[in-house]
Design a protein around this ligand. Structure first.
Ligand code: C5P
Length: 231
């Protein structure tokens, strides 16, 4: 089918869900580059809301105003190089570094339990489904946002391995953090994401589970690309 003839729901989507630090961000970006698909990092959408809240309205609980402000933002994901990096542009400004902080991640998790936030972001996420295809990563891509996706992956890794990966990533940015603290933060985030009543983190019934604890990024990308191309 030519790109122009594809209706929105016939555009293929690969969903990659999993807990913080499972490697899904890097893997999804590399897979999107390999397949020539668009990329959606749904966690960044929650982080953008968190960032705006922390910057502009830390003392109020006026979620409606925050959501209205964010509805009009133009968000672009621009994959960079071949290491699975992505630049996040909001109204042309590069906010990639600002979104990565632990404060932003924590606030994003707290906002993510609010039904009005999830509903507002649902439309935004669906708008990324464009020909020739989309790789969407997050927590509920396969279960809630793109339940009809033909390819669903649930990516995991042990909490210890995920904390070590996070520590390495922070070191590269010149930030030192204790492994114990990172492990505790990852476990707390897992609990919050898995136990919330709406859109909890869980594998879709038809998802293929991939455990990345003992695998390199290249191996995981190759395994998922093979699943997509076999189908
Ligand atoms: O993936 P990332 O760590 O950037 O996501 C930040 C937070 O946003 C997560 O801890 C989670 O609470 C929330 N989130 C979500 N649903 C998604 C993606 C992220 O609830 N699809």
């Amino acid at each position: 089918m030519s790109d122009a003839k594809m209706t929105e729901t016939s555009v293929p989507v690969v969903t990659i869900d999993g807990p913080a630090g499972s490697g899904k961000g890097t893997i999804a970006v590399k897979l999107a580059q390999q397949l020539g698909y668009h990329y959606l990092g749904s966690g960044s959408l929650y982080r953008i809301l968190a960032y705006y809240r922390l910057q502009h309205m830390p003392d109020t609980d006026d979620l409606q105003a925050l959501l209205e402000r964010c509805e009009t933002l133009r968000i672009v994901f621009r994959p960079q190089g071949d290491e699975g990096d992505v630049q996040v542009l909001v109204d042309e400004a590069d906010v990639s570094d600002a979104l990565r902080t632990e404060d932003c991640g924590g606030e994003a998790s707290r906002l993510a339990v609010r039904p009005e936030v999830r509903e507002a972001l649902l439309k935004k996420q669906l708008s990324f489904r464009k020909a020739p295809g989309l790789v969407a990563e997050g927590r509920d891509m396969g279960t809630v946002v793109f339940p009809d996706a033909p390819h669903k992956i649930y990516l995991t890794a042990s909490a210890e391995e995920r904390a070590q990966r996070r520590q390495k990533q922070l070191r590269k940015q010149g930030i030192s953090a204790s492994l114990d603290r990172l492990l505790a933060e990852i476990k707390a985030r897992d609990t919050l994401d898995k136990q919330r009543p709406i859109s909890p983190l869980r594998p879709a019934a038809d998802a293929v589970r991939v455990d990345s604890t003992e695998l390199s990024i290249v191996q995981v990308v190759a395994r998922i690309a093979a699943l997509v191309q076999q189908a």
